[in-house]
Design a protein around this ligand. Sequence first.
Ligand code: TPP
Length: 644
Amino acid sequence: MDSRKVAGRLLPRISGPQALKKLPPELLPQVAQEIRDVIIETVSRTGGHLAPSLGVVELTVALHYVFDTPRDKIIWDVGHQAYAHKLLTGRQDRFHTLRQYGGISGFPKRAESPYDALDTGHSSTSVSAALGMASARCIKRESGRVIAVIGDGALTAGMAFEGLNNAGDLNKNLIVILNDNGMSIAPNVGALSSFFSRKLTGRTMVFLKKQVEHMLRSFPAIGDDLVAWAKKSEESVKAFFTPGMLFEALKFNYLGPVDGHRLDHLIETLNNVKYLTGPILVHVRTIKGKGYEPAEVNPTGFHGLGKFNADTGEPKKSVSDILSYTEVFGETLVRLAREDKRIVAITAAMPDGTGLVDFRKYFPDRFFDVGICEQHAVTFSAGLALEGLRPVAAIYSTFLQRAYDQVLHDVCLQNLPVVFALDRGGVVGEDGETHQGLFDLSYLRHLPNLTLMAPKDEDELRHMLFTAVHHPGPVAVRYPRGQGAGVAFSSTLKKLPIGKAEVLREGQDLLILAVGASVYPALQAAQELEQQGFSATVVNARFIKPLDENLILNLAAKHGRVLTVEENVAQGGFGSAVLELFADWDLTGVAIKRLAIPDVFLEHGSPAILRKKYGLDAPGILQAALTLLQKPALPKNVVWGSFS
Ligand SMILES: Cc1ncc(C[n+]2csc(CCOP(=O)(O)OP(=O)(O)O)c2C)c(N)n1
């Protein structure tokens, strides 16, 4: 029988960590194997973060075996590796619903389980939150350990170091486990990544040991004792020359490196650590994708993926010629960079996800992967721009949230020509609340000097990018996850007039102002309206900032009814900008409805389900239009005054 098709014999009996603890240690490798099988089988059907989760199976088993969860808290940094944790903490029956609408989340969620100590999704928060908890427990005089599990990728972020630095100073009982697999999504970057993998075995270590032994023996009378002591302390001596040195300098007690796939070693180490006080760092070496060959061979490809054939590892993508926005961005940037040597590309640890792999290949000297460091990426881009280059920082919408002040203070304030390529803007889907790109229009629209645009399709993205790299100030181009609309590409790239919208269809009864990915559904809704006897004007806003004020005011006054559509939260978004415009110009009496995401964090589920639920697909837009059309007819051609 294929072990992937049936959960093994032990796992179904493990209703929670208490049941796990009752097993003799020699059975734990079997539990680990069964967990792996379930994860592979499930993720092959649901998609998800496979390789990160497979890499920490033994570590997860050992943590729940040794510690007293949920009294002891485990914080999974990023949280994309927490599938084994979910399986061991009472969620086996729901695990098949992973990342599906209404199912369990792909990340730890406090609302989902008392074993999930912190909602995560964005990286490098674990040490700070764990330190906060440890400090609170100290004030409350409560016992219980707090454990942060952080990857070497997540450790590239400044925030992780802020936490470690503070922890060494506060000296609370905090355990940090460094899950070191040498990988971020792509191979890890940064000076420290090579430091972690530094091994003092082989000739250097032998030489060093001999030198030290020789020196110690030369001490009269006590020489032999000193040698015996040094041999006992070999671990700490090694630590002095290895990554331990860094953490010891931060006043952490360093242990490791430990083989993260040897349950016996992990359990022994954690049992020791459990009774130590103060800040402790346990360095665990793991293999990303462990136990599933395709993922071990290609950990980047199996970091986060869609459905795949579990037997072969082949993706189950429906074959389509339509390029994704990400691909079109990547191709266009390469083309632009060939013509303009000033163009440089920056990613915060996501060369694959943001479509910069070809750019890296063709222009290695003009490509920068700065690690999971969005804040640094933005100010670094500012520096590049100050020296006359044209930096294009490709960052997912949700992750640029981190760098709000850097965008404001280091780029916009100085009106620097940095281009922000904001991928995954709008409804993102299965990764859920932490990954939806629904705030960018609001957190960028109010920044002076910034131009903010969103393309209706992949061809317009090309023109926007062309426009952006030629613009003398900061520009953000925001585009969605996934495939484009399948439109043909224009042969030449053109500069779009800044602040000019595009009228796509003219009607009488209603004005629909749509942004980005909502434009085509708005057009579809307008066609449906036609069938029902109403005619709508549809405008592709193109620019959220500056708005095409004249066009919008004139058309709104002419139609008397306005529907705005955007994939962003309603507060502060495009519709709000239109409302502000009407207020500023005393355009009263116009019936307006904003279709946008309400005041919620959008749950996980497929984008199609979520767009339907929140009325952002064509039928939802039609419905909103019909409701607006039922409102008492308002005077058309209202007069709007001058700004006062
Ligand atoms: C602020 C932020 N930027 C980017 C990401 C995207 N991301 C998710 S996991 C990951 C790599 C994490 O590497 P590591 O911590 O080493 O964990 P591993 O996947 O190797 O187990 C990245 C860049 C994120 N979650 N948060």
